[in-house]
Design a protein around this ligand. Structure first.
Ligand code: LLP
Length: 387
């Protein structure tokens, strides 16, 4: 029988100021071990997408496993370097890199810039000339593959702002010939996030094979292919399915990608690495009886966990303080916005003022997306091995 609640040191939580993020370090380590083992079977290189969680403690731990970093801002590059990710394992993506951010990457000799437009290539070349450097570049190509995920986290369709459209690749390659301080070393694609069915990844692999043929027809052979991230997790069953299907995921690319000799494959995993190890812990402030609903009003709001308000995302909610018979609640936060709702008609062990509730699978795009809207404090973080 699988546990219906996660394993939490609830007694220790009693003394901590809520809301806060709690990270299960043993689960993170287990996840990292599986990633390293599964990717290692094929010699694949992994970069952690820092955007998913930039908590310094977690970043240091992830860097210790020999994993690189995928950054999308100068701030993330600094944070990754500080956490111990070596510059030669840092990739830097983003549609709108400012000059100072590019200069930071150049100054630190990062592994690769994932470039999203010809305009950016031209600026990168000029800044590299000024620094007397050559920038290593992967072209981010928009493969026009449907990730079948939430519209707000789909990135690989032609109408999205990301990457260079496939139809414009030839022209871009031609124009690149004049840029002498750029060295094209790879191609990069990222089709979207929270993808739990392998078929979009299969489509992506096939599309990449076509791209390689096109590149070779132009006389371009690349050293690496970066397939981005996107592997989803099971938000419904964090207790008995805490590990994403890394084996299937890497095997899908292994089976389908037609690699050239010595070509490397790189991945940018975010959510699948950290989502399940993190929970947001919050205290019930009030239970309010409405005419048609009963509300559990929590001290956490969308300032602490934005995903339900922003993407209608589901997070499993557990009452850690009660074993009393279940009732149905709308679980809401204190923010002055009607979108500040974590879940509607949620079945929970009866909630009383002071109960601690856990919002599960919140390790990715949780703490890192917290804001101070309504002049609220940012949530703190605690770790299972330090409590
Ligand atoms: N690489 C690139 C270029 C990306 O844009 C992303 C995520 C990743 C890698 C990592 O993808 P992952 O493995 O985490 O799926 N805030 C949203 C998710 C936004 C994802 C943005 N890009 C959410 O909470 O669902």
């Amino acid at each position: 029988m699988f546990p219906c609640k996660g394993n939490f040191p609830t007694d220790r939580f009693e003394t901590l100021e809520t809301p806060f993020y709690y990270y299960d370090i043993a689960l993170l380590r287990k996840t990292l071990e599986v990633i390293v083992a599964e990717a290692g079977k094929y010699g694949y290189k992994i970069h952690f997408a820092v955007k998913a969680n930039a908590n310094p403690r977690l970043l240091c731990l992830i860097a210790d496993y020999g994993i690189g970093a995928d950054c999308v801002s100068g701030g993330e590059v600094c944070t990754a370097l500080k956490a111990g990710f070596p510059a030669e394992k840092i990739v830097f993506a983003g549609v709108g890199k400012a000059d100072w951010e590019i200069e930071l990457g150049l100054a630190n000799n990062i592994f690769c810039f994932n470039v999203e437009s010809l305009a950016e290539l031209e600026v990168l070349d000029a800044l590299a000339v000024a620094k007397g450097k050559t920038a290593k570049v992967a072209l981010r190509i928009n493969p026009d593959v449907d990730a079948h995920t939430h519209a707000k986290i789909t990135t690989g369709k032609r109408e999205n702002k990301f990457g260079i459209n496939l139809s414009m690749l030839e022209g871009t390659l031609e124009r690149m010939k004049a840029l002498r301080h750029i060295r094209l070393i790879g191609i990069h694609c990222h089709i979207g996030s929270q993808i739990t069915d392998m078929s979009p990844f299969r489509d992506l692999a096939v599309r990449i094979n076509d791209m390689q043929v096109l590149l070779e027809a132009q006389g371009t052979v690349i050293e690496h292919i970066n397939v981005g991230g996107g592997l989803g997790i099971d938000y419904y069953h964090p207790n008995h399915l805490p590990l994403p299907a890394f084996d299937d995921y890497f095997a899908t690319f292994y089976k389908l990608l037609r690699l050239r000799p010595r070509q490397e494959v790189h991945f940018e995993l975010g959510r699948s690495v950290v989502a399940q190890c993190g929970s947001l812990i919050s205290r019930a402030l009030y239970v309010k009886e409405g005419e048609v609903k009963k509300f559990a009003i929590m001290d956490a709001g969308f300032t602490d966990l934005l995903r339900p308000a922003m993407y209608d995302a589901y997070h499993r909610i557990e009452n850690l303080s009660s074993e009393i018979a279940e009732e149905e609640y709308d679980v809401v936060g204190p923010i002055c916005e009607s979108s500040d709702v974590f879940g509607q008609d949620v079945r929970l062990n009866s909630v009383r003022r002071g109960d601690l509730l856990a919002f599960r699978s919140a390790g990715a795009y949780g703490e890192v997306m917290a804001s101070q809207y309504n002049c609220r404090k940012l949530p703190q973080s605690f770790f299972s091995d330090e409590l």
